[in-house]
Design a protein. Structure first.
Lengths: 378, 536
């Protein structure tokens, strides 16, 4: 549109199909998961699951990993149901409104304290359901990140220092299916020979060719990588390598612990944000140091543009709102079970969660893996 | 561009050096073909070019190898990555990433090529090799020919001056091999890349080569223009053998050259009739009806009927993925069969337990080594005797009939490709099956090895067995088979006597048939026999 250049440029840039930086999706998903971890309100949790599902439905590509989302949904359902089931199985909920009278099975003395079946109260069941839903919602958020961002592309975005680790992960990921293929092939071949042995001998008949095959493959891969310049010109001394390595590992550990602390609302406060920041700081020193000895470039790195910032922010906002609300006014986030009542929907938290729905429009549409033309048509 | 100066390579624990005082100069822009029998050191020559020998493989290399002025003694393979691109036999084994584009960019990433240049080179390479539409596809979903072209592309993006290819077409059907070879010749002609290629099937590449290096096996080598070297080479494509037989000089290397010379030969042969083995009479040993094999939505074999009479050798042909292997496995009974019936002497092998099924139908799979798991040849043979409830020593006797003189204390992995195939065949024959199925048996065999396999297959048929060979090797099928069945998309699209099916087919016609068309000669041996008759 020549008449309104400013507006059309902005909309076109965000509308062009491209792959969003995987980091943005992961930040968005982890933000949403953090939000889910701070509430047991079933309405809020259902809202979070719905938001994650809607964004996945509108912005996932047609690559194989994108279809893994439904497995996460199933896993979430199973987690929630099993929480409830265990509550029924191990009974013990005889206070409150008992809705199910099951005969309690007496256990011998050594298992004292463990109930099997027995009366089940509504409060007790609901507590299990709420808790299960919280777990399920967090699981589904992670699944959404997996469906939206190619897990391997994430490795592209890692700093140069982690390149070798990244390569090892990629190789390992491709070796696993090859190993399965090789086992199936050899097992089939063993039947051709009428392999009638059982146990250890049969295992050897399969394990030997598979191992030999795997060894051959890894040698071929190593030769190919060497021929293609992997590990060129890294002239760092041993002490420097060890030092940067230690910094890196410590930093990454700190980040892991920090993320855990942040997601688990019951852990002490210092384990969360402070640990995360400390880890980031240590890794921040280690990464550039270690990265200096890696001389390589990245093919088509995913750029970090406005859309990435918006997507990440729309996931982090609900996290921030719910974490803060959980501190000052947790009332509606943890609906009361005593007295039993219909949970209310806290308006501010619900609005914050709805913000996470924005990527369904803000993120650019994905590029088709199968045929570039189809993404344009769609 | 590439210089070998008095190179001697000795591997650890080897009695004799693989290469002895080997000297070679390959000029810029040449296509150099390395040939020779199995195990004479073709891979050693190729590996020495980028320093994989001895940096990666171990062993001792005396002498000097230089590539574009770089000495491989001081430069390990990774430091030569910008000069030498390497493509292996099995492209899938050499892939580091998992999509086409990433694989093409991998070497450049290692060389720290700036992103803008990388992007441009990837696009150029995609076009050069005609794989632009595959750019985002996962590598594992590609066909063999596509994978091989991606592997070549991945080596090319770094703009190497030298490209080294180790049997790039060995796993490919004739059409896919043509595609790959066309891409290679295009590189030589348009980009001036120096190409060194090792290949067993000389008929596919000999006419493209500027120089032929023939390794003789004693560590030495003959090098020169292909037409000169092939005059008395133990490995030669059929067209060259025909040229030798007819006394043409210089030797023709391509079908086109030979055809222009062949007018007189054709008129000499006028009136002579190629021998045709009659179709054996009698009830089929194996009768398959409406066989369907499906894997989920993919239909690998679609309603195939097949009768295998005793004493007949059937070649099963068709492009990669046309359902040949699935059909063989379904006939044997171990593989999946969704519907249809297979009957071998009234019984369905799929309903029998595995150790009984192999007494009816024996299958040698594409990777025969999958069947071997013991430490010595003798142990494998003894195990086969117990498995098939044969008298001790039966399998070993069969093996000695097939390929005499394999030492019993050797590890099966140390055998040559042909010996290993013979061992697995002997193990399967120990159960005395009436039907023998061989999946791609010529893989890795040189011409003498294939001649031996041909005799072996004929002997099995003469014994009253029905034999099926699934193969891409048209020359082998022409020489060994009585009947050819061609499959496409899981269906049988042609089924007839070898000459009837092969002569008319553009993809599957053997070289002799192409040279002497419209006469229906298939092999040099047939022509030699007829000439002897004419002259007598």
């Amino acid at each position: 549109m020549p008449g309104q250049p400013g507006r059309s440029r902005l909309t076109v840039v965000s509308r062009l199909p491209r792959t969003l930086h995987p980091g943005a999706w992961w930040l968005w998903a982890l933000g949403l998961a953090t939000a889910a971890s701070r509430t047991t309100n079933p309405l809020l949790l259902a809202l979070i699951i719905a938001v994650a599902g809607l964004v996945v439905a509108s912005r996932r590509g047609d690559a194989p990993w994108a279809f893994a989302f439904k497995f996460y949904l199933w896993a979430g359902l199973i987690v929630a149901l099993s929480r409830v089931l265990f509550r029924v199985l191990f009974g013990g909920g005889d206070t409150g409104h008992v809705i199910l009278w099951l005969p309690e099975i007496p256990l011998p003395g050594s298992f004292a304290g463990i109930h099997l079946l027995g009366p089940v109260s509504a409060e007790y069941l609901l507590a299990g359901l709420y808790d299960g839903m919280r777990l399920a919602a967090m699981l589904i958020c992670v699944g959404a990140a997996n469906a939206l961002a190619d897990p391997k592309r994430m490795l592209k975005a890692v700093p140069g220092a982690l390149y070798e680790v990244g390569t090892a992960v990629v190789v390992a990921l491709s070796v696993a299916p090859q190993l399965v293929e090789s086992v199936l092939r050899v097992r089939r071949a063993r039947r051709l020979r009428g392999g009638r042995q059982r146990g250890l001998r049969a295992l050897r008949g399969i394990a030997m060719p598979v191992l030999v095959d795997a060894l051959d493959r890894s040698l071929a891969l190593a030769a190919a990588m060497d021929s293609r310049g992997y590990g060129r010109g890294t002239g760092a001394t041993r002490s420097v390598r060890l030092g940067t390595g230690a910094l890196l590992v410590a930093g990454l550990l700190g980040i892991c612990v920090g993320v855990y602390g942040l997601l688990d609302g019951t852990s002490p406060g210092w384990l969360g944000l402070p640990m995360l920041l400390l880890g980031l700081l240590v890794a921040g020193f280690g990464l550039p140091l270690a990265g200096r000895r890696v001389r390589r470039s990245v093919y088509r790195p995913d750029p970090w543009r406005l859309a990435e910032t918006l997507v990440a922010a729309s996931g982090l906002l609900p996290a921030a709102v719910l974490v803060v609300t959980a501190r000052i006014d947790p009332g509606n986030l943890y609906p009361s079970l005593d007295p039993l009542g219909w949970p209310g929907l806290p308006l501010d938290a619900a609005l914050a969660v709805l913000v996470a729905l924005l990527p369904a429009w803000l993120a650019p549409p994905p590029v088709s893996v199968v045929s570039p033309a189809r993404a344009v048509a769609a | 561009m590439i210089r070998f100066e008095a190179v001697t390579v000795t591997y650890e624990a080897a009695e004799a050096p693989v290469l002895l005082d080997f000297s070679l100069t390959v000029d810029e822009g040449e296509l150099c073909l390395v040939a020779g029998r199995t195990g004479v050191g073709k891979s050693t020559v190729l590996g020495a070019i980028n320093g994989l020998v001895p940096h990666f493989t171990g062993g001792r290399l005396a002498g000097r190898v230089t590539v574009a002025g770089l000495d491989t003694r001081t430069a390990p393979p990774r430091e030569l990555a910008h000069v030498v691109g390497v493509v292996g036999q099995d492209p899938l084994a050499g892939f580091v990433t998992d999509t086409v584009e990433d694989e093409l960019a991998y070497t450049m990433e290692q060389l720290a090529v700036p992103p803008a240049a990388m992007r441009k080179r990837v696009e150029e390479t995609l076009d050069l090799l005609g794989i632009a539409e595959l750019r985002r596809r996962p590598l594992r979903t590609l066909s063999g020919g596509q994978q091989q072209r991606v592997a070549i592309g991945a080596a090319l993006t770094a703009h190497p001056a030298v490209l080294v290819l180790d049997e790039p077409t060995s796993a490919l059907d004739p059409t896919a091999a043509e595609d790959v070879l066309a891409a290679i010749t295009r590189l030589v002609h348009d980009l001036g890349t120096t190409v060194v290629v090792a290949e067993h099937r000389l008929e596919r590449v000999a006419h493209y080569a500027d120089r032929l290096v023939l390794l003789t096996g004693s560590g030495a080598a003959v090098s020169g223009p292909p037409a000169d070297v092939l005059l008395d080479s133990p490995v030669a494509p059929p067209v060259v053998e025909l040229g030798r037989l007819a006394g043409w000089s210089p030797l023709p290397l391509s079908v086109r050259d030979a055809r222009r010379r062949a007018a007189s030969l054709r008129s000499t042969l006028e009136g002579a009739v190629p021998p045709v083995r009659p179709a054996p009479a009698g009830a089929p040993v194996l009768a398959a009806r409406d066989v369907v094999v499906r894997y989920g939505p993919v239909i690998a074999v679609r309603e195939v009927d097949l009768d295998l009479p005793a004493g007949e050798v059937v070649a099963l042909m068709g492009r990669n993925g046309s359902g040949k292997s699935s059909l063989l496995w379904a006939l044997q009974g171990t593989g999946a069969r969704s519907s249809g019936s297979v009957s071998v002497g009234g019984v369905d092998p799929a309903r029998l337990p595995p150790h009984q099924a192999r007494g009816h139908v024996g299958l040698v799979p594409q990777t025969p080594a999958d069947l071997l798991y013991l430490d010595t040849v003798d142990a494998e043979c003894a195990q086969a005797d117990t498995e098939s409830e044969a008298v001790p020593g039966h399998c070993r006797a069969l093996l000695d009939q097939l390929v005499p003189g394999i030492p019993g204390d050797h590890h099966p992995r140390d055998l040559s490709e042909g010996q290993r195939l013979a061992l697995v065949l002997a193990i399967q024959l120990a159960a005395a099956p009436a039907v023998v199925l061989l999946d791609e048996p010529t893989r890795g065999l040189d011409y003498p090895g294939k001649a031996r396999l041909r005799e072996l297959v004929r002997a099995l048929a003469a014994d009253g067995r029905a034999v099926v060979l699934a193969t891409h090797d048209v020359e082998f099928a022409a020489a060994a088979a009585d009947r050819v069945v061609v499959m496409a998309e899981g269906e049988v699209i042609a089924d007839g006597r070898t000459a009837d099916v092969l002569v008319a087919s553009p993809a599957f016609a053997p070289q002799v048939a192409k040279v002497l068309a419209p006469q229906s000669w298939l092999t040099v041996d047939q022509v030699a026999g007829a000439l002897a008759g004419v002259r007598a």
